[in-house]
Design a protein around this ligand. Structure first.
Ligand code: NAD
Length: 549
């Protein structure tokens, strides 16, 4: 049952104050006794609804709306009014609600954030706040357990959205609560506003951020450093998740802070873990070992190098040395195969710059390297052509084909193309949703390699065990745990991931595995409880109403 978050009984609000507190409000579902005890008589219409009835009411008006952005606005308003009802709705209808509160709709919501703005949520820190960040964090009314922070520079595939990137931390934290039961009172979204280079926003009268171009260099680094330091002081033990930073900051910020505080980057590490889980599932079908695979990535950014790094760590765990493991991962960027002789490579690609003659494009790289798996993360639609998939089918009995770019228009191939062009032999995962389909009389149920299988459980495990760090080992274990949740019947229908409707059970298992890793490695801030899974489950927020009496 939902607990009363972080409040002493004496401070429990009454009357209008109670109804205006979204963490406590129940609207028309306040019981008769609660109406008497908390001075609500007359402030509500007389009929007492159940939460089920309230949910049905919201569902029917949402479903009457045609435009996803209108649905986003309605859901956002509900979130600001009654969190328990919002999360009950999202938990019970996760397949329908996730695309509305997160991708793809949240992208449009960020672009229009100023136009649809109603009520602030989270903390906005701007360049003018340098020197005062701790006091800003002190304005937050509760103790944060997890922060999702962005600087808005690379929002999904939409580029620089400045302060309007706030839609992402808010949406992501909703998924932490919905998918893993992290209590909403522990969630703190933060946006760092260092300006924007997006001219449209700078000229938009409704834009909510600073009217200046992005600050870079030392001034930028100092503001981030002040935030990380202040967050750890104001909220000791807080988990910090970096989100949607541009490449040039994402890698170095992760490298700088992952050994200092309990921090991770979902675009790099969460993506890596969900992709690795897909590989583990695929290998359950082929019977092969990860250390024997040759993976060719289309793209060499956060997703590609993140996945490659974690795959290398997992191969090393299987006994391969690091150099040999890296040689099993190859990247193709917009200038061709990443090879040693190239002088134009950013630092994060250098580990994968192998000795090889230059190769100009992806189809030629497939022919030259004969990979067992291709992983598309370049955000260029239609790049897994018929020729490439036919080549992969000639090279492999069961080719691994992961078309992870999203939105759907950027997918390297559709599910139908993947199955049709490989005569149903592809072990396929996607970054965008595709409906079940029939190819050659067989029904396939392609499933999305969605990060929301991983980060909520990792965050919960870190919070519950009071982990001091989030390690690669934890992401590896999370991947293995996720793959173990895939059933034989999932695999038989081509699904490399479990159904999203099982997400809370999956997240609990991942959280327990992550917590076990923290206890075993001495990174936990508390003693290992006897039953780690039960401890995790006892900490999961349940959005069904509980009595306040
Ligand atoms: P990024 O900007 O860090 O990297 C993109 C990379 O693609 C860059 O290295 C760029 O050089 C390369 N690229 C661009 N055009 C190319 C071309 N024509 N040929 C070859 N390479 C090209 O972005 P990212 O965070 O790595 O995300 C990439 C894609 O993966 C996005 O579509 C994103 O939505 C998707 N993604 C999916 C998941 C998931 O499914 N779970 C998770 C994360 C990212």
């Amino acid at each position: 049952m939902a607990e009363i978050p972080n409040r002493v009984a004496a401070a429990f609000p009454r009357g209008m104050d109670l109804m205006h507190d979204p963490l406590l409000n129940k609207g028309t579902a306040f019981t008769e006794a609660e109406r008497d005890a908390y001075w609500l008589r007359g402030l509500l219409p007389p009929y007492v609804h159940t939460q089920d009835e309230q949910k049905a009411r919201v569902l029917q008006y949402l479903r009457r709306m045609a435009d996803p952005l209108d649905k986003f606005i309605a859901l956002n308003a509900l979130h600001d009014r009654n969190e328990a009802l919002f999360f009950r709705l999202v938990c019970d209808h996760v397949d329908e609600m996730q695309p509305l509160i997160y991708t793809p709709t949240v992208g449009l919501a960020c672009q229009r954030f100023g136009q649809i703005f109603q009520r602030p949520r989270g903390i906005f820190i701007c360049t003018r706040d340098r020197g005062h960040v701790a006091s800003l964090l002190g304005n937050w009314p509760r103790k944060a357990g997890i922060i999702v922070v962005t600087d808005g520079e690379r929002i999904l595939g939409l580029g620089d959205q400045g302060a309007q990137g706030m839609g992402i931390p808010v949406g992501k934290l909703s998924l932490y609560t919905a998918c893993a039961g992290i209590h909403p009172s522990l969630c703190l979204p933060i946006t760092i506003d260092v300006g924007t280079n997006n001219e449209t926003l700078l000229n938009d009268p409704f834009y909510i951020g600073l009217r200046q171009r992005r600050v870079t260099g030392a001034a930028y680094d100092e503001l981030i450093d002040e935030l990380v330091t202040a967050a750890s002081e104001v909220f000791p033990g807080v988990v910090i998740q970096f989100e949607d930073f541009a490449n040039h900051n994402a890698f170095r910020l992760l490298a700088r802070y992952r050994e200092r505080v309990c921090a991770f980057n979902d675009d790099i590490q969460g993506t890596a873990s969900v992709a690795l889980a897909g590989l583990y599932s695929a290998l359950r079908v082929t019977g092969g070992k990860l250390a024997d695979q040759k993976l060719l990535f289309l793209g060499a950014g956060e997703a590609a190098t993140g996945i490659a790094d974690l795959a290398v760590a997992a191969m090393v765990a299987q006994g391969l040395d690091k150099a040999s493991a890296r040689e099993r991962c190859w990247l193709v960027d917009s200038r061709g195969l990443v090879v040693k002789s190239r002088s134009d490579l950013a630092e994060h690609k250098l580990h994968y710059a192998h000795e090889h003659a230059p190769v100009g494009d992806f189809p030629s790289a497939v022919k030259a390297l004969m990979p067992s798996g291709i992983i598309g993360v370049a955000a260029v639609g239609g790049t897994f052509t018929r020729e490439i998939l036919e080549d992969m089918t000639r090279i492999n009995q069961r080719p691994i084909v992961f078309a992870l770019s999203n939105p759907t228009s950027k997918a390297e191939c559709t599910a139908e193309q993947a199955y049709q062009w490989t005569s149903g032999r592809a072990l396929f995962a996607c970054g965008s949703p595709f409906d079940p389909l029939k190819v050659d009389g067989r029904t396939f149920v392609p499933r999305q390699g969605n990060n929301s299988y991983i980060f909520p459980g990792v965050g919960l495990g870190a919070i519950v065990s009071r982990a001091r760090r989030v390690t690669d080992d934890m992401f590896m274990i999370a991947a293995r745990t996720l793959a173990e949740r895939v059933t034989e019947s999932d695999l038989a229908q081509g699904s490399l991931y479990p159904a999203l409707s099982r997400i809370r059970e999956v997240s609990a298992a991942i959280a327990a595995a992550v917590a076990e890793s923290a206890y075993a490695s001495g990174l936990a801030g508390k003693a290992r409880p006897q039953d780690v899974l039960e401890d995790v489950k006892a900490n999961m927020y349940d959005p069904r109403y509980s009595s306040y009496l």
